[in-house]
Ligand binder design. Structure first.
Ligand code: NAD
Length: 377
């Protein structure tokens, strides 16, 4: 059996789907790992390290030879054409953005698995790519802000006077938000956070931040899967108004608020950005789905009204070594469910985890969310 790891590095991607340490545990007499030349270079792994881990370094012929392709993102149409019918493709496929591509994969008889659709259940935690990448993004958001801030983060009492600690406000305290809080606290900032899910308050406090109490009715803001539900337009307007003061008083605002499958809620209006202290920073981790701030430009770092707005969309790719390490471990754990001891691919569609990620199989689109996306395309 052959597993192929393509080189997808380019202007916006630095990560690789398999790192040598994880590859070493997969490569065996019956499972051959083909790694495309320089696939891991930007994540600090030379071809020699893969070879030492038992992998074979190949060119792009790997696409056509593989039984399983392990990718970071969706491949191009040309690459997909080379994948053999009956093969498996595992990647962060961004199904909502790649409806046509998934259709092509189905047509070609490829079994495509989208890591983003992994169910957030205890058994699947070690495969949870959304969490592993969000964790890294939350950390890096703080570092990017600290690097650009005209202030230092910790309070310092010096002979030349006392320097006040920076004030950081984190909006949305899921995986990324909680890591941002913990990182900003480690740097010595005073951190406040807000989330619509009332259950988050204790988690926010446990990582050292103050929870911002807003007189906003959000008791029903969490669905059965633990995700936030979209607020009504009236609730959103009220939230914007109530949060404005906290935003104005902050040196750094890190926003991570997201609703699965929906555009990011707009929580910081342009008017409030105007009132922030010049030199303040907004890191908008929701930029990929439109951003939580009205002035965010997805993919860009811009200055508006003296405020720096960081809208980088692929933040985990700015920390490629560790982002690839955790991604590769997520993938390796999923592989255990689909590769038998005899080195055969076996897709058990009755398995909750497999059913969660499997978009198309046997020439058909099988995932209900994918079918819905296709119906509306
Ligand atoms: P996410 O990226 O979908 O959203 C980020 C955060 O934004 C969430 O905490 C959400 O409540 C918040 N949010 C949405 N609208 C908001 C608004 N208007 N104002 C303020 N905040 C808003 O979330 P995520 O980080 O992927 O995590 C979602 C949930 O899944 C969390 O409860 C997390 O603990 C849970 N989870 C469970 C597992 C598991 O295996 N059981 C694994 C990972 C995450």
């Amino acid at each position: 059996m052959k597993i192929f790891v393509p080189n997808q590095t380019g202007s916006d991607e630095t990560r690789v789907a398999m790192v040598p340490a994880a590859a070493k545990k997969i490569a065996s007499a019956i499972v051959e790992l083909l790694v495309e030349r320089q696939a891991g270079l930007l994540a600090s792994h030379r071809d020699e390290a893969y070879a030492a881990a038992g992998c074979k370094i190949v060119g792009d012929e790997g696409w056509a030879e593989a039984d399983v392709v392990l990718a970071v993102r969706a491949p191009s149409v040309e690459q997909i054409r080379q994948i053999r019918s009956g093969s498996v493709l595992i990647a962060m496929l961004s199904p909502h953005k790649n409806v046509e591509l998934i259709g092509a994969l189905a047509h070609q008889g490829v079994s495509a698995m989208a890591m983003e659709y992994l169910p957030r259940i205890t058994r699947a935690q070690a495969m949870d790519t959304l969490s592993s990448q969000a964790n890294i993004a939350g950390y890096k958001a703080v570092i990017m802000a600290a690097e650009r801030s005209p202030k230092i983060f910790p309070m310092l009492m010096t002979a030349a006077g006392t320097l006040q600690a920076a004030r950081v406000f984190v909006i949305g305290a899921g995986v990324a938000g909680l890591q941002a809080i913990a990182t900003a606290r480690r740097l010595g900032a005073i951190v406040t956070a807000y989330d619509v899910r009332p259950a988050v308050k204790e988690q926010v406090q446990s990582v050292g931040a103050k929870f911002l109490e807003l007189p906003l009715e959000t008791a029903g803001a969490q669905d059965s899967g633990g995700y936030a539900k979209e607020l009504t337009p009236e609730q959103q307007a009220k939230q914007r108004e109530l949060m404005a003061q906290a935003v104005r008083e902050s040196d750094v605002v890190i926003t991570t608020a997201a609703i699965p499958g929906k555009p990011a809620p707009k929580l910081i209006p342009a008017e409030v950005v105007k009132q922030m202290l010049p030199g303040s920073i907004i890191v908008d981790l929701a930029a990929e789905t439109g951003g939580n701030c009205e002035l965010t430009e997805p993919g860009q770092i811009v200055q508006k009204h003296g405020v720096t707005l960081i809208g980088i969309t692929n933040v985990p790719a700015t920390v490629p070594f560790h982002a690839s390490q955790v991604y590769a471990n997520n993938i390796a754990n999923l592989l255990k469910l689909i590769v038998t001891k005899e080195g055969q691919v076996k897709i058990d569609t009755a398995d909750e985890v497999i059913a969660g990620v499997l978009l198309c199989h046997g020439g058909q689109v099988v995932h209900p969310r994918m079918k819905e996306l296709m119906a509306h395309a």
